[in-house]
Structures are given as structure tokens and as C-alpha cells.
Design a protein around this ligand. Structure first.
Ligand code: CP
Ligand code: NVA
Length: 333
């Protein structure tokens, strides 16, 4: 049984099938497509706020014929000390899948440990793999040959950046550059893993500190907030550190003439991205946000059928044994 806890949980071939399916689902009117969740419920647990992820999942479950049950964590006994492992055992008896937005990645691992139904990462501090599916889908829709595309990600080397590096490498994007202030680069294991995937798919991964150099001639300029959920206490420091990394019309002028601008949203206008760039003709941000729905529909369809065809990926986080996970130190009790 497969989960979706990381952008590394799909092989390049499987990710391509899933994104093709999402593009197909986008063309299908609600109510006439797949009803794979008919008679089933999906639990959506949010330990952090969400607009896009939660509502796209609720709509996706409904459009697939199922019933979404969305809950804030404080409405559950989780908030009074019931363990994630016990919660997963119980919910496995009621639901077809569990979607969790949380803080540490180890909370997703704990849920997946005892769950007998698929678990989905709806954002953790480490990764945002559902976002990356819609991001790659948007890039595929805008550029016919991903191997000729350079993606320049500006700002914080955070969860969104991590999943973009992994999923972008799997998609065979020509080059992905993360331009981040010193000390805020994506973490080394993710950069190394993306680079290793890139060796197979033809994607080069670069990390640098110069936003002008990173964006020069690039086809995709991407940014995210400077202060992620849970980092509110660092707000002032982060605004100072990131001020040269704003996605501005000046940076856009140095990019490729066919460049598009992306942002996972929510945006802090005129902080990490200039308002005129966000609303300008090169922005595909609204299209990117809209793609969350078909991407999550395709994801749920795969998870409940467990069928994407093609070869299976090598062992990854969610199909390791408990012993292997303990050895990796990824599991926190
Ligand atoms: N991009 C994204 O995940 O948005 P939400 O936080 O609104 O879900
Ligand atoms: N990096 C942001 C993404 C929000 C969708 C956060 O974690 O808050």
C-alpha cells in the first residue's frame, strides 16, 4: 500500500502518468468523470490554516463521488494526547484515505505507520508535494519541452522549494536554480537527492545566493512567502534577510522573453513578489492555483486504486520497514 508523503514517493514515470491524468481531468466537467470514491469518505486533518489545499481536496473528493470530512486537529482527540498511530488505526476503519497538513514530517510518518489506508502530505515543514504536482503540471502546460526550461526559485529554501526540486527533477526540467540568502538554502539531503534524480532525467540542480544571476534568461520565475506558517516569530528578521529576493519587474525583465511567473500562494503582495508582477501578463499564478484541483483529483484516484501502471519506484520513506526508519532517525516517538 502506497502513501504520498513526499515528492520522492513517485517514480518519474509514475509522476508523468499522474500529471497527464490531471491534465485530462481538467478537461472533464464535474459529475461526468471518474466516481472512484463513490460511497467512500476521505478525512482531511489540518493542523495549520489552508485555503487552496483544503478546498481543492474537499471539491476533489466530492467530484470523485465521495464525502470529504475536513477537521482542524483541535477538534480531534489528537489535541488531548491520543497518538497519531492510534488515530490512524481507528480512521482506517472508516475512511478511504487520510490527508494531513502538519508541522514535522515525522507526524506524517507516524500516521502512515499504522494506517491501512493511503496517507497524503497536505504540507509539512519539510515538503509540499501536492503543490509540486500542480506546479509541474502548470510548467508542462506552458512549455512543450521541459528539458529546455530553466526554473529559478527565489527566496526561502523551504517546503515548497524542496518539493519543487524533487518533482521538477522527476519531470526532467532542464535546470532548477534555488537562489536563497546564505543560511536559508534548501537542505542538503534534498538538494543531493534532486541532483541524483536529475542525473537520470537530465535535470541540473543549482543552489546560489544571487537572484539576478539565477533569473537571467530563465523561463520560470517562482517564489513563496518569506515567513512560512509556524515561523511568525522570525518575521522581522526574515523581512530584512530576504529583501533583495523580491520577485520584481526588474528581475522579470532579465528573464527569458517567454518567462512565466509562479507563486504557490498565499502571497504577501509587495513583499516576496511585486503586485504588478503578480497581476501582470507573465503571471500564471491563478492557473497554477486552479490546477490544484485536477492534480489532487488525479492523486486521490491513484491512491484509492493504487494503480498508475508502469514500473514501481525503489524503496522510499513510506515503504521502509520500521527498523530502517529508526536507523534513519526519521521516526520520532
Ligand atoms: N498553496 C497552498 O497550499 O495554499 P493553502 O495554504 O491555502 O492551502
Ligand atoms: N511555505 C509556505 C507555503 C504555504 C502554502 C508555508 O509553509 O507556510
Amino acid at each position: 500500500m502506497r502513501h504520498f508523503l513526499s515528492s520522492d514517493d513517485l517514480s518519474p514515470a509514475e509522476q508523468a502518468v499522474l500529471i497527464d491524468r490531471a491534465i485530462e481531468m481538467k478537461q472533464t466537467a464535474p459529475g461526468v468523470g471518474s466516481r472512484v470514491l463513490e460511497g467512500c469518505s476521505v478525512g482531511l486533518i489540518f493542523e495549520k490554516p489552508s485555503t487552496r489545499t483544503r478546498i481543492a481536496f474537499e471539491a476533489a473528493v466530492f467530484e470523485l463521488g465521495g464525502h470529504p470530512i475536513a477537521l482542524r486537529a483541535e477538534e480531534l482527540q489528537l489535541d488531548r494526547g491520543e497518538t497519531l498511530e492510534d488515530t490512524a488505526k481507528v480512521l482506517s476503519g472508516y475512511l478511504a484515505a487520510i490527508v494531513l497538513r502538519t508541522f514535522g514530517q515525522e507526524r506524517l510518518d507516524a500516521l502512515a505507520e499504522t494506517s491501512t489506508i493511503p496517507v497524503v502530505n497536505a504540507l509539512s515543514d519539510l515538503e509540499h508535494p501536492c503543490q509540486a504536482l500542480a506546479d509541474v503540471m502548470t510548467i508542462m502546460e506552458n512549455f512543450s519541452d521541459p528539458s529546455n526550461v530553466t526554473v529559478a526559485y527565489l527566496g526561502d529554501g523551504n517546503n515548497v522549494c524542496h518539493s519543487l526540486l524533487l518533482a521538477g527533477a522527476k519531470a526532467g526540467i532542464g535546470k532548477i536554480i534555488a537562489a536563497c540568502p546564505k543560511g536559508f538554502e534548501p537542505i542538503e539531503p534534498i538538494v543531493e537527492r534532486a541532483a541524483a534524480i536529475g542525473v537520470e532525467t537530465g535535470c541540473r540542480i543549482r543552489v546560489m545566493n544571487d537572484p539576478a544571476k539565477a533569473t537571467k534568461g530563465a523561463q520560470v520565475l517562482y517564489t513563496d512567502v518569506w515567513v512560512s506558517m509556524g515561523q511568525e516569530e522570525e518575521q522581522q528578521m526574515r523581512r530584512r534577510v530576504f529583501q533583495d529576493y523580491r520577485l520584481s519587474s526588474q528581475l522579470l525583465a532579465g528573464a527569458s522573453p517567454d518567462a512565466v511567473v509562479m507563486h504557490c500562494l498565499p502571497a504577501h503582495r509587495d513583499e516576496e513578489i511585486a503586485s504588478d508582477v503578480m497581476d501582470g501578463p507573465r503571471s500564471v499564478i491563478w492557473e497554477q492555483a486552479a490546477n490544484r484541483l485536477p492534480a489532487q483529483k488525479a492523486l486521490l484516484e491513484w491512491l484509492v486504486t493504487q494503480d498508475l501502471g508502469g514500473p514501481r519506484p525503489p524503496a522510499s520513506s513510506n515503504n521502509k520497514t520500521q527498523k530502517e526508519k529508526d536507523k534513519d532517525g526519521r521516526r520520532v516517538r
